[in-house]
Design a protein around this ligand. Structure first.
Ligand SMILES: NC(=O)C1=CN([C@@H]2O[C@H](COP(=O)(O)OP(=O)(O)OC[C@H]3O[C@@H](n4cnc5c(N)ncnc54)[C@H](OP(=O)(O)O)[C@@H]3O)[C@@H](O)[C@H]2O)C=CC1
Ligand SMILES: CC(=O)N[C@@H](CCC(=O)OP(=O)(O)O)C(=O)O
Length: 331
């Protein structure tokens, strides 16, 4: 098994889980061919891994050779990079877990508009399994390419999907999702607009963020999604406002959420009140709380963007794909 993009924020978290996974043999950590980090150990970049993950990071010079050296690859790379290299691994029979958005929405038209590139692999787009783990267990068991959902889409869909499927929402009003992410959501590369002194709680991508159509497509209903960037390192808190129909009640909501997540060790429904980031940061959970009043519901979900929003969800998908206990190495 190898990780491409192992020096990045999501890749390093993945490396931590896969390195201690009893069913994994993590043989290679890779970065781009000309990366300044090639040749360093992961623990040099992330001192918290000292003595735990001292493995060297290699430059990805010969992708074909790397593809021949493994049976599973995790791509923790930018969308364009995953788009270009996933097919090379797939053609060699390697099972691909892609953390990027390159294979999440099976429509080639979506990519030029929301990702700024034309998609060259419609056959893989159609084959990819969307790895929202709690809802994809059967499909994952046969998957050769898993498109792990984005961080905002995971928090948003876990809050809404059971309620929509149970018919408890009045979708004549689009669900409205306001979500705030920590700065690690933007990745490790230095950029002025994500540097500490520049970030100040603010919405961005209003009406245009690529996660709006990703969420709408996979929920099967339109939503309004507004992301915000907050001045903290990790975590996403999504507050979802929606109109409910006559069958909705606190009891019905609880029944529906318990049916969806009662068996899950990862998605935790709160008995009362609302989740906060401090209960999920550094952990693979998504916590959910809700309230209903006067025909409307507010559902709040919280997760670590780098874990349930990326790396730990990818490992959950890997476990389900290969028949391991879903939370192996995560809890
Ligand atoms: N951060 C988050 O909260 C989330 C991220 N994601 C997705 O996960 C992916 C990774 O995100 P994140 O960890 O934040 O990104 P980072 O920018 O932190 O890391 C990107 C990694 O990819 C490497 N890389 C860049 N170009 C190449 C290349 N051509 N070949 C091989 N490796 C390359 C980088 O190293 P180097 O440049 O030195 O080569 C680095 O290791 C992205 O697609 C992102 O959208 C998904 C959900 C949440
Ligand atoms: C804070 C921040 O910048 N967040 C990222 C989303 C990170 C994520 O979910 O990744 P995907 O791009 O893989 O979907 C953004 O809004 O672009």
């Amino acid at each position: 098994m190898v990780i491409i993009g192992a020096s990045g924020y999501a890749g390093a978290e993945l490396a931590f889980f896969l390195n201690k996974h009893p069913e994994c043999d993590l043989v290679g950590l890779y970065v781009s061919a000309n990366s300044a980090d090639a040749g360093k150990s992961l623990s040099t970049l992330y001192p918290k891994f000292r003595g735990v993950l001292d493995k060297e990071i290699y430059p990805l010079n010969d992708i074909e050779k790397v593809a021949e050296s493994c049976d599973v690859v995790f791509l923790a790379t930018a969308h364009e990079v995953s788009h270009d290299i996933a097919p090379i691994f797939l053609q060699k029979g390697v099972c691909v877990f892609d953390l990027s958005g390159a294979f999440r929405v099976p429509s080639t038209e979506f990519y030029p508009t929301y990702y700024g590139f034309s998609h060259a692999y419609p056959e893989y787009l159609n084959k990819a399994v969307y790895g929202l783990a709690e809802f994809a267990q059967d499909a994952l068991s046969q998957a050769s390419l898993v498109a792990v959902p984005g961080c905002y889409p995971t928090a948003s869909q876990l809050a809404l999907k059971p309620l929509i499927e149970a018919g408890l929402l009045d979708l004549s009003m689009k669900p409205i999702i306001n979500a705030t992410s920590g700065v690690s959501g933007a990745g490790r590369k230095a950029a002025l607009n994500t540097s500490f002194c520049e970030v100040s709680l603010q919405p961005y991508g209003v009406f245009t963020h690529r996660h709006q159509p990703e969420i709408s497509y996979h929920l099967g209903t339109e939503v309004i999604f507004t992301p915000h960037l907050g001045q903290f390192e990790r975590g996403i808190l999504a507050t979802v406002t929606c109109k409910v129909n006559e069958q909705a009640s606190e009891l019905r909501f609880r029944e529906v959420f318990n049916k969806a997540y009662g068996h899950s060790k990862i998605v935790r429904l709160l008995d009362s009140g609302f989740p906060s980031l401090k209960s999920v940061v550094g952990l693979p959970y998504c916590d959910i709380g809700f309230a209903i009043s006067d025909g409307y519901a507010i559902i709040v979900s919280a997760e670590d963007n780098l874990l349930k929003g990326a790396a730990s969800q990818a490992v959950q998908c890997f476990n389900l794909r290969f028949g391991h206990e879903e939370t192996l190495s995560l809890l």
